[in-house]
Design a protein around this ligand. Structure first.
Ligand code: TXA
Ligand code: MG
Length: 337
């Protein structure tokens, strides 16, 4: 199934109307359009078109039991996805939308079952990205969009990553430049007391608690049952990932030596200065120490090292403050798959 994938640049601050109109037409005809959001690139389909949504699963090789996040540009589209918005959810949307917060709602009968993988709930968010918002408005319907990567690979933080994974599998890629956050949205389930974070992201537990009081972090078991996507192999490079304690120069040097002796080509991703040289068998990438910037560049570094065919990736852990909790969540998943 080879499609001709079009690639169109779009101004991220002031998206060209003509480009958006073309992309919206692809969606309305049931096609797939990859587009930038503030978190990662999404692979969009008309959320009310069951066949179009099914095409997402095929293009990504996504397990059919993994439900998809629906993207809205405002309350109008939100009301096409759910008939049941609580006052707490209204307050959260007021404060954090547009932005990297996904909330779980009771699903409206209008939404095809494919979007929610047969569940009676739907995950919805309003992205903070002019291209995404313009596209959703022009399409006139909510847009179902998982991250625009092949299933199991790190999420795309630039249009080139989407091309690498999905060229020939989708109709159109909108290139709005590199993303702002670099990790997927926070997924919050407010149907339980206290509300539960099913997937940590840029909106932190602390920020949520200021508005709505105590919030729980989904344990492994909860994530398994409530957010099926977190069960699948996810966010991971092809290479085997080994995590090392932050700033532990001797542990990291030891790991490098051990794999050097095994003759294995390796990648090393650090954010603290260490005396480890970049050389043909040891490709070293230094990320910024500042956590927001580190988060923005992490997936790109994983992809770059994968392209170099490293067998092992040794990655320095981060502290868990702010977006660091989400970084560590993704690293832990990558290391365990
Ligand atoms: O930042 C993001 O959220 C990006 C951009 C494109 O918006 N999207 C994204 O989608 O990361 P995806 O499909 O890669 O991850 C969606 C996550 C999965 O873990 C999925 O299981 C969970 O959200 N999810 C979706 N619908 C759900 C539901 N009804 N109940 C619980 N979890 C749900
Ligand atoms: Mg994904």
């Amino acid at each position: 199934m080879t499609l001709k994938t079009r690639f169109m640049r779009v101004n991220p601050e002031a998206p060209e109307e003509d480009t958006i109109r073309k992309a919206a037409r692809v969606l309305r005809r049931g096609g797939l359009v990859a587009f930038p959001t503030e978190t990662v690139y999404g692979l969009g389909a008309d959320a009310l078109n069951a066949e179009a949504v099914q095409a997402i699963f095929v293009a990504k090789g996504r397990p059919l039991d993994n439900p998809i996040i629906v993207h809205v540009a405002g309350v109008e589209e939100l009301k096409l996805t759910t008939d049941d918005i609580t006052t707490e959810q209204e307050a959260l949307a007021d404060k954090f939308w547009p932005g990297p917060l996904t909330m779980i709602f009771k699903k409206s009968a209008r939404l095809p079952a494919a979007v929610t993988a047969g569940r009676n709930t739907v995950a919805v968010r309003m992205p903070r990205n002019e291209v995404a918002l313009a596209l959703i408005k022009a399409a006139g319907n909510p847009v179902a969009a998982p991250s625009a990567n092949l299933s199991g690979r790190p999420s795309p933080t630039a249009a080139e990553h989407v091309f690498e994974d999905l060229n020939g599998r989708i109709q159109l890629i909108l290139d709005g430049g590199p993303v702002e956050v670099g990790l997927e949205s926070t997924v919050l389930d407010t149907s339980r007391r206290p509300p539960v974070i099913l997937r940590p992201g840029a909106i932190t537990r602390e920020e949520l608690e200021i508005l709505i009081g105590p919030v729980a972090m989904g344990g492994k078991g909860q994530q398994l049952a409530r957010s099926p996507g977190t069960r699948h192999r996810h966010y991971s490079p092809r290479a085997r990932v080994i995590l090392a304690a932050e700033n532990d120069v001797s542990a990291i040097s030891h790991l490098v030596e051990q794999h050097r002796q095994g003759g294995r080509k390796m990648g090393v991703i650090l954010h603290n200065p260490m005396p480890i040289e970049d050389e043909p068998m040891v490709r070293v990438r230094i990320l910024p120490n500042e956590l927001d910037q580190l988060a923005r560049q992490l997936f790109a570094a994983m992809r770059e090292l994968d392209q170099m065919d490293v067998e092992v990736m040794i990655i320095e852990k981060t502290r868990e403050e702010g977006i660091g909790a989400a970084v560590m969540d993704r690293l832990t998943r990558a290391a365990s798959s």
